[in-house]
Design a protein around this ligand. Structure first.
Ligand code: AMP
Ligand code: ZN
Ligand code: FE
Ligand code: FE
Length: 280
């Protein structure tokens, strides 16, 4: 069993990289990819912890400019110390810090005063984002749940939402390739495209060098996932499977549990790693 999409507390998951590795080993998984939002700090930490039997693959999940839905690009099996990729992710962190300050200002204007320190305490050494603000709001009793915090304040279109600065798809794909990794579209359901538009869009990204498609994901019912897998196969793209595990903040998603994913790990892993090797 493999899980190629797991978050740690280096972004908005709740387990540390070491705890994630321990959990994956306890579940008997054969491979995981540590895929945090906009940071790869968790990768070397997970590598330090892991023992034989579990393969830990470097990963990252970068938010990319796209409409109408959400485009998250996954990078796999790259060098997590690659200077250009590191510098770009540092730039993203600076943009994120500016954005967090703006969100806190808007929350204040809505009558919800959170301090930066409170939010940082909860995020620890990891990066801060809207989920951390939502959790502070729950702890304070401002809202009953993280979902309510998003619904009333933080979601896209909500009164306290501030857009993130993003790369264009071509730039993000090239950056992952420069670091020697494979570039994969995460949870394609979130692109919010119909079948025809999705096919055309995947072909366009493939011309930019895209390597694969995350067909199996917690947000994809098995029949939808099978459709994505068939599309990837038709285009000659890699297919991947990931739960998008976040720990206790998304309690319905479990590590290693991916609806409908095929049992043959090697059929997923080998083409993906080979695709990454082509960019070395
Ligand atoms: P940020 O990086 O600050 O834009 O936050 C993105 C994260 O917020 C995502 O990883 C989701 O886990 C979470 N998120 C986004 N929209 C919602 C929502 N409507 N309800 C709950 N969580 C959400
Ligand atoms: Zn997340
Ligand atoms: Fe995502
Ligand atoms: Fe994710």
């Amino acid at each position: 069993m493999i899980d190629l999409h797991a978050h740690t507390n280096c972004s908005d998951g709740t387990l540390s990289p070491a705890e994630l590795v321990t959990e994956a080993e306890a579940l008997g998984l054969s491979a995981i990819a540590v895929c945090d939002h906009d940071t790869m700090l968790g990768v070397p930490l997970a590598w330090e912890e892991h023992r034989d039997g579990l393969q830990v693959i470097s990963g990252v999940e970068i938010s990319v400019e796209f409409r109408p839905g959400t485009f998250h690009l996954l990078g796999y099996h790259f060098d997590p110390f690659h200077p250009r990729l590191l510098e770009f992710l540092r730039q993203l962190q600076r943009w994120r810090a500016d954005r967090n300050a703006l969100i806190l200002e808007r929350l204040e204007a809505c009558g919800v005063t959170l301090t930066e320190n409170e939010v940082r305490d909860l995020a620890g050494d990891g990066q801060i984002g809207r989920p951390h603000m939502a959790r502070v709001m729950v702890a304070r009793g401002v809202v009953d749940s993280v979902a309510e915090a998003f619904q009333r304040y933080l979601q896209k279109g909500g009164p306290c939402y501030v857009a993130k600065r993003r790369l264009r798809p071509r730039e993000a794909i090239e950056l992952i390739h420069a670091a020697g990794g494979a570039a994969v579209v995460a949870h394609p359901v979130q692109l919010k495209l119909g079948h025809e538009a999705l096919c055309g869009q995947m072909e366009a990204w493939q011309r930019m060098g895209l390597d694969g498609l995350e067909a199996w994901h917690s947000d994809h019912p098995p029949d939808m996932a099978a459709g994505f897998a068939a599309l990837a196969k038709r285009l000659g793209l890699c297919v991947t499977a990931g739960s998008d595990y976040h720990g206790t903040v998304k309690p319905k998603v479990q590590l290693g549990v991916i609806p409908g994913a095929p049992p043959e790990d090697a059929a997923i892993l080998e083409p993906l790693l080979a695709a990454a090797e082509r960019w070395r």
